[in-house]
Design a protein around this ligand. Structure first.
Ligand code: C2E
Ligand code: CA
Ligand code: CA
Length: 532
């Protein structure tokens, strides 16, 4: 039983640890995935915004270039130059407009071009026909390198920053490329290697060992937003702040449940119900003898709880708890089953032998044990009169139900004995009304025999009372010859006690029974071995 306890405790500790770790680990993992998802969603939004912004900037440039074609004005005339200036001014993304003839820049929105300036070499052409030069050093405004878009004899110079002109946090970097991976514009110096792999690949979002990224594609453009993974820390803390307490709460809850269950499991009631489930109850049989002849006429079945380590628990230690909890009912069943399995053969062989079963108050009130008996006895050829039923006055709480059960028991052929007779408060009249066959005088009265004349007079009175009822009488707890003689002298027919035998395991009882029978037959001059 210690083994079982320590196994339960070990299992409880293991479950408790798991119950504490798993929810917290799960919440840590969930906070991480939520933080990552939020981070990536944000990057995705930035990439979408970037691609929209870039697309709109291209559209603006295309509109500007389209509107330069009409009305036709004399090339590089003051009106022509004024018109170019108006368009450059009205299109925020366009810094300068140039007019090109035969591959040479003739004039710009600033005025007539004096030097020999070639049209910038074209890097690629957009799906709607715009020729793009990604890197141009403007002739007129000597600023940063710019981008040039060419269409229908005109070029517009644009600040590439215009394409990625959206509001982002400092640690988010952006790259805008065409579908061949040619970098058009960037913000906050994105990692060039990552830009290269992403612009050729398919993924929409993801992470590398150092960065999160998101990619958006539209009309031949690719926008890539990325940010260092270190940025996750702040978001992660935010999520953990919310979720870790939830995990801790669940952990506490689970640990509490485990503690509660294991305490319940380790409680006497928990152990008893496991013992019932594991059928740990065995039966010992105490011989009942005819006092005059010493013949063994029966046995009382006394239950014992055999713990897994082999130790036996006395019934007084668990029967009260079993009765209180209702577990006595399955225990009674197990006793009945044990009797049939262990003594069935002996009972079939010797029809004068009986076995007495102790009924609990619940068994007496419900009468359920009778149905179990009928069911288990069916087909065994054990006669129901060979099974006696012992009921104590404690079982007569509901006297009408008890009377009905006892009457039904006798109808089925069982003999009914009132156990612990003399210890209750019931009057003789009260007992007279009950259907019964035998009385068992309680050990406490037998104990007084030969000790004290004052109390032994009570004992003789009890015996007289039992005789008045005209029933079989069994004296319990007979330990001395003196007691046996006293009982014999007062015509008590049966006795049970250590003087004859202690309660025995079935094989020992069978041996006892055969030996007693054989020696008796020997004594009468019969041949030894007939009964054995
Ligand atoms: P009980 O029905 O009065 O059983 C007699 C008790 O007296 C047994 O104790 C028996 O071992 C003991 N006994 C018999 N002769 C002597 C003797 O000479 N000297 C002494 N000192 N004791 C003797 P046990 O086996 O410990 O059972 C105790 C009680 O537990 C029983 O008292 C009975 O009330 C209950 N019990 C036992 N088995 C069952 C069962 O299967 N079902 C139910 N409901 N109760 C049971
Ligand atoms: Ca009894
Ligand atoms: Ca008794």
């Amino acid at each position: 039983m210690e083994l079982r306890r320590s196994r339960v405790i070990a299992a409880a500790i293991l479950l408790g640890l798991l119950g504490a770790i798993v929810p917290i680990a799960a919440m840590a993992y969930i906070s991480w995935t939520i933080a990552v998802e939020k981070q990536q969603d944000n990057l995705e939004r930035v990439a979408e915004q970037t691609i929209m912004r870039a697309g709109r900037t291209f559209e603006d440039a295309k509109l500007a270039l389209d509107s330069l074609a009409y009305p036709r004005l004399a090339p590089c005339s003051p009106q022509h130059i004024a018109r170019m200036r108006v368009i450059a001014f009205n299109t925020p993304s366009v810094a300068e407009v140039g007019y090109i003839e035969n591959g040479r820049l003739k004039c710009t929105s600033w005025g007539v071009e004096e030097g020999e300036v070639d049209k910038a070499p074209i890097d690629y052409v957009t799906p709607d026909g715009l020729e793009v030069t990604t890197h141009v050093q403007p002739a007129a405004s000597m600023g940063n390198p710019v981008m040039a878009l060419h269409y229908g004899g005109y070029s517009v110079l644009m600040d590439p920053a215009r394409f990625v002109d959206i509001l982002v946090e400092d640690d988010i970097s952006l790259a805008l490329a065409n579908q061949d991976g040619l970098l058009i514009s960037k913000l906050n110096s994105p990692d060039p290697a990552l830009v290269e792999t992403l612009s050729s690949g398919e993924p929409r979002k993801g992470m590398t060992s150092s960065s999160f990224y998101a990619v958006a594609r539209d009309r031949g453009l690719i926008a890539i937003a990325m940010e260092p993974r270190a940025n996750l820390a702040a978001k992660l803390r935010e999520e953990q702040f919310l979720l870790l307490p939830v995990g801790a709460f669940i952990a506490i809850f689970i640990v509490g449940i485990v503690a509660w269950l294991s305490r319940k499991r380790l409680s006497p009631l928990g152990e008893l119900s496991i013992a019932v489930r594991k059928r740990e109850f065995i039966v010992h049989y105490q011989p009942i003898v005819e006092l005059k002849t010493g013949t063994c006429i029966g046995a009382e079945a006394l239950v014992r709880w055999q713990r897994p380590d082999g130790s036996l628990v006395r019934p007084d230690l668990f029967i009260p708890l079993a009765e209180e909890s209702g577990l006595i009912l399955p225990i009674t069943d197990q006793v009945i089953e044990a009797i049939i399995a262990e003594l069935g053969a002996l009972l079939r062989m010797d029809r004068s032998l009986h076995v007495a079963v102790n009924l609990s108050a619940a068994d007496v009130t419900s009468g359920r044990a009778l149905d179990v008996l009928e069911d288990r006895l069916a087909g065994t050829e054990i006669e129901s009169r060979q099974i006696w039923l012992e009921a104590t006055e404690r079982g007569f709480i509901d006297i009408d139900a008890a009377r009905a059960t006892l009457a039904r028991a006798r109808e089925r052929g069982h003999a009914v004995a009132i156990d612990d007779f003399g210890t209750g408060y019931s009057s003789l009249q009260y007992l007279q009304g009950l259907p019964m066959d035998a009385l068992k005088i309680d050990k406490s009265f037998i104990d007084t025999i030969g000790r004290n004349s004052a109390t032994s007079s009570v004992t003789s009175h009890i015996i007289e009372m039992a005789k008045t009822l005209d029933l079989h009488i069994v004296a319990e707890g007979v330990e001395t010859e003196e007691q046996a003689d006293y009982l014999k002298a007062r015509d008590v027919n049966f006795g049970q006690g250590w003087l004859f035998s202690k309660p025995l395991p079935a094989p020992d009882f069978i041996r006892y029974y055969r030996n007693a029978k054989a020696s008796r037959e020997d004594g009468r001059g019969n041949i030894r071995g007939v009964a054995a």
